[in-house]
Design a protein around this ligand. Structure first.
Ligand code: PAF
Length: 276
């Protein structure tokens, strides 16, 4: 696996390829990331991953400084799944001057849910993803469905800017007990890790309620909030939304249940597509 630290190094290596398949990450890689790389391999003529902890998508009180940087094991993992090239710029290489030109995604999609609780988060995500796309010029880019809203915001950005990139969403990888794999799971204490599965259980309970015919969406959402609250979580939202645009649902449309909640100091998110 080659490692490019600068944009010119990256471009020199990629010059001979026409269809890069790209997996952007912030490192601290888990099975979910590796599955994306494995899915990317047969798509393109070269498989590229990036590791860049993007300051722009963290709020001042968030975990930018403490976000786990696990370089050696990340490289080993990427090699083990056949990644050809790792783009790992430092901040100066990706943002040589203050990044004052930013991508502001559609507020209807980006200012709700995560964007409501983490203002400017999607501006940071879209800005870095656009920049990574400009550097790598991928033909395919792969993102996990665990960050469901992020995937939708990026798809919308790519469509609106007519970028010649196919965005591929990959199913969430879960631990045996059902907890969605996430780089932030590493923050959990042993007791919190045992409790963490309750977020996906609460989403499943929402799906079960719909499948059993209940149609009072607000009551289902309130019950999910209460169930986590009663166990000591601090839920930000547990909501049923339309899969098409993440707006409040009307009967008969494909839905997704989305949740975000804090367990101790760790904020977890998860979601479940529902075929009611
Ligand atoms: O999902 C992530 O890890 C990040 O938001 C991304 C897409 C790599 C942008 O920094």
């Amino acid at each position: 696996m080659l490692i490019a630290r600068t944009v010119p190094e990256l471009r020199e290596f990629l010059g001979r390829y026409r269809r890069p398949a790209f997996v952007p990450t912030m490192g601290n890689l888990h099975e979910g990331h590796l599955a994306l790389v494995q899915q990317a391999r047969p798509l393109g003529d070269v498989t590229v991953a990036s590791i860049f902890v993007n300051r722009l998508q963290f709020l001042p009180h968030e975990d930018f400084d403490t976000y786990p940087r696990t370089w050696d094991s990340d490289c080993e993992k990427l090699r083990s799944v056949g990644c050809d090239l790792l783009f790992a710029p430092d901040e100066h290489a990706l943002y040589p001057e203050p990044q004052t030109c930013k991508v502001h995604p559609d507020p209807a999609l980006a200012n709700i849910l995560e964007g409501h609780f983490r203002p400017a988060f999607f501006v940071g995500v879209c800005t870095v993803v656009m920049k990574l796309f400009a550097c790598v010029q991928p033909r395919f880019a792969l993102f996990g469905k665990k960050d469901y809203q992020q995937l939708m915001v990026i798809r919308h950005m790519v469509r609106q800017f007519a970028l010649p990139i196919e965005i591929i969403g990959s199913e969430t990888r879960r631990a045996e007990d059902g907890l969605a794999l996430s780089s932030r799971n590493g923050y959990l204490s042993e007791a919190e890790r045992a409790e963490a599965v309750q977020l996906s259980k609460a989403l499943r309970a929402m799906a079960d309620a719909l499948r059993s015919g209940e149609r009072d969406f607000a009551a289902i959402e309130a019950r999910a909030m209460r169930s986590l609250d009663a166990r000591g979580w601090k839920p930000d939202y547990m909501l049923l939304r339309r899969r098409a645009d993440l707006q409040p649902p009307a009967p008969g449309q494909p839905l997704v249940a989305l949740g975000a909640a804090r367990l101790g100091m760790t904020r977890l998110i998860d979601n479940l597509e529902i075929d009611a």
